[in-house]
Design a protein around this ligand. Sequence first.
Ligand code: FPP
Length: 245
Amino acid sequence: MSTSTLPRHIAIVMDGNGRWAKHRHLPRIAGHKAGVKAVRETVKFCVEHHIEVLTLFAFSSENWRRPAVEVNHLMELFIMALEREATKLHKQNIQLRIIGDRARFDEKLQKQMANAENLTANNTGLKLLIAANYGGQWDITEACRRLAIDVQQGKLAPEDISAELIEANLVTADLPLPDLFIRTSGEQRISNFLIWQLSYAELYFTDAHWPDFDASELKKAVAFFANRERRFGHISEQLRAENHA
Ligand code: FPP
């Protein structure tokens, strides 16, 4: 696969852990555990293919509404995964970032998140973003709040607020925007993921449940991306002319 047709930033809604478990008459948390394996495989693929950024939706702001036992199990799983994986990620030169409103997580988890981020902060390989208590509306609201403070303090004029400035205040400010969005398990929704950042992304949906999502599934998604013509509002002829310029 040529690198020019590879996405720079892949964003994934990892859906279907619960359904995967249900089909096997297992508790939902078994599905989440199996999901961790799929995370590892996806990270490996991205490292091998020199993808710049991988963003995974691990826990949305709405997921707190799930039964308490499931939320608690998920928190334990995140703690365990951070404990086990942080040094492995570091060895692979991966930079880990957790995006989302972390204040609501318990202190132990918040500390582990900060430790893992600090450990990997200077790594130059894949940037792995884990969205935890993240919501796209929250991200945009926070950006607007920051700009409002600048206006209030006289550092910014309201007429100077632009799309670029809002974008520069999102959690992804220093990164290429996602160009490939993947959602597993048949649903065709964005679910308040990176709603601003996905404006021009190619959207790929598969029926595979997240625990079954492996390198061959990811290859299919990347091949779908390679076959798309990304026009950004232009018409095909303009792009062809540019390519031959
Ligand atoms: C969606 O499946 C999955 C989640 C809400 C949790 C995702 C978490 C993991 C894959 C575990 C580990 C992640 C990291 C980054 C260590 P669902 O429960 O909504 O499935 P359903 O729609 O079939 O019920």
